[in-house]
Write a protein that binds this ligand. Structure first.
Ligand code: AP5
Ligand code: ZN
Length: 215
């Protein structure tokens, strides 16, 4: 199955991606995670991406697309994948379509996580990520009183782009550049939107129900 997750920053894409991908036994490909790993590893790609990410702007398409093309060509993505954070604008979506058509493949579904702006700000300001296993936590909703991951004992950190000012800018970028993507996929007949509010497990249930007709 080839699935794209779309939704504003903090909608819960990363949170849901980890459950959906493991449920369907397909790799989760998160462009944000790949960029962050490159930034902390000090690679050339990380150096190219860092300034854009710190400001909350999109990394230029040529950099992002080259990275995704390489990742999709890996063996584990051949039968299916869950994309989290890509595509992020219409040109990226058109390129993805072209890449897949070169392999006689196409997307099965684009799942939109629908959540309002107040909830997004609440979620992002309390987000903590495990530096070891990548699990995403929330200080309030997961009742985290320490900075230690309950899954693996790793140290939790707060993302640099989760400052209030940067969150607001990321939301503007979403409205300007990513919201038109939702219309693009609706026109292609591929979009299914689900309510992404409420407990994480309930959102996962809604997501899996939306995917069930494809199984
Ligand atoms: P990226 O990492 O993709 O960030 P984003 O899209 O802004 O999304 P987030 O990761 O912030 O949110 P999320 O929806 O995954 O929410 P999460 O599950 O963590 O991109 C970062 C940067 O990289 C971009 O700004 C850009 O510079 C660059 N980039 C990436 N892709 C690119 C591309 N294609 N092109 C160009 N540049 C690109 O949840 C948030 C919090 O809420 C967590 O604490 C979680 O525990 C909590 N939560 C989740 N669900 C619930 C729930 N149901 N109830 C209560 N709390 C919940
Ligand atoms: Zn962990």
């Amino acid at each position: 199955m080839r699935i794209v997750l779309v939704g504003p920053p903090g909608a819960g894409k990363g949170t849901q991606a980890q459950f959906i991908a493991s449920h369907l036994s397909i790799p989760k490909i998160s462009t944000g995670d790949i960029f962050r790993a490159n930034v902390s590893g000090g690679t050339e790609l990380g150096q190219q991406a860092k300034a854009y990410m710190d400001r909350g702007d999109l990394v230029p398409d040529e950099v992002t697309i080259a990275m995704v093309r390489d990742r999709l060509a890996e063996d584990d993505a051949r039968e299916g994948f869950l994309l989290d954070g890509f595509p992020r604008n219409v040109p990226q979506a058109e390129t993805l379509k072209k890449i897949l058509s070169e392999w006689d493949a196409k997307l099965d579904l684009v799942l939109e996580l629908v959540v309002d702006e107040d909830e997004v700000v609440r979620r992002l300001s309390g987000r903590r990520t495990c530096s070891q296993c990548g699990h995403i936590w929330h200080v309030m909703f997961d009742d985290k009183r320490d900075d230690i991951c309950d899954d693996c004992g790793g140290q939790l950190f707060q993302r640099d782009d989760d400052k209030e000012e940067t969150i607001r800018h990321r939301l503007e970028v979403y409205q300007e550049q990513t919201a038109p993507l939702v219309a693009f996929y609706a026109d292609e007949g591929m979009l299914v939107g689900i309510d992404a509010t409420g407990p994480v497990e309930e959102v996962t249930e809604r997501a899996l129900a939306a995917l069930r007709p494809l199984a």
